[in-house]
Design a protein around this ligand. Structure first.
Ligand code: ATP
Length: 234
């Protein structure tokens, strides 16, 4: 049984349908990249998984339990954490307070403590008393990842973690991925940077206009197939 099993998921904003009968699975410990052009439905998928967009109960199963449409706080308690697009740190709180908030719905006694997060991203420890907004964009992204890890998730959802960051900073952030995977945490990465996605993912799914158009392991996907799935057939 997959850790996350999505079955014929539809998602709507009012009358507008953003996802059409999506099927998708994530195995425990797997890193899955979701790629696709602007508006393909990548963020909507993450929001449906985390309860921020309505979903049918049976359309999303996590660790064998139907969680579609549950309140976001209940879904988090099942062991799903999200690094939202744009980081969304609490501006009036320090780095450390932002991290501690991530631990409020904490599951059991997992590895991810404040010290473990500071070990993963030492700059956060140096800046623990600074307001989140005093950090650079890359440091804010590290804090957003650390905040999500503090709940000891079995599944970490990351929405465009490289967006707007310099290549050297992106490299530093992605360097943390092996340590996260080593804990057995499954990771879903929404990425517009296809090269980055292919480099780190065990498997890739491409969305186009709310439908999955391609699925496979990076080594098995040709450039032409990815282009067709990403942009549509000419
Ligand atoms: P991006 O990379 O631009 O974030 P995406 O693949 O994440 O793209 P979504 O943000 O999931 O795409 O958007 C999917 C579709 O749903 C788009 O057509 C978008 O315009 C629409 N959409 C997203 N959010 C809303 C909203 N709050 N209200 C109405 N439509 C929305």
């Amino acid at each position: 049984m997959a850790l996350l099993d999505i079955h014929t998921l539809d998602a709507f904003y009012g009358d507008f349908q953003a996802l059409f009968g999506l099927d998708l699975a994530v195995e425990a410990g797997e890193t899955l990249a979701i790629i696709g052009a602007n508006g393909a439905g990548k963020s909507t998928l993450l929001k449906a998984i985390t309860g921020l967009v309505p979903a049918a109960r049976e359309a999303i199963c996590f660790a064998g339990q139907a969680i579609g449409g549950l309140p976001a706080a209940a879904i988090m308690k099942h062991g799903i954490a999200m690094v939202p697009e744009g980081r969304k740190l609490f501006p009036s709180l320090t780095v450390e307070e932002n991290l501690l908030i991530g631990g409020w719905g904490r599951r059991g006694s997992g590895r991810w403590t404040l010290d473990a997060v500071y070990g993963l991203f030492p700059v956060l420890g140096e800046r623990r008393r600074n307001p989140g907004t005093a950090l650079s964009g890359g440091q804010q992204q590290m804090a957003a990842i650390g905040r999500a890890l503090m709940s000891n998730p079995a599944l970490l959802l990351c929405d465009e973690i490289s967006l707007g960051l310099a290549p050297i900073v992106i490299r530093d952030i992605y360097a943390a991925l092996p340590a996260i995977r080593a804990e057995g945490t499954a990771v879903v990465l929404v990425e517009q940077d296809i090269v980055q996605a292919l480099a780190v993912a065990d498997r890739v799914v491409c969305l186009q206009e709310g439908r999955a158009t391609l699925e496979g392991r990076p080594a098995d996907l040709t450039r032409a197939a990815i282009q067709a799935a990403y942009f549509g057939q000419p």
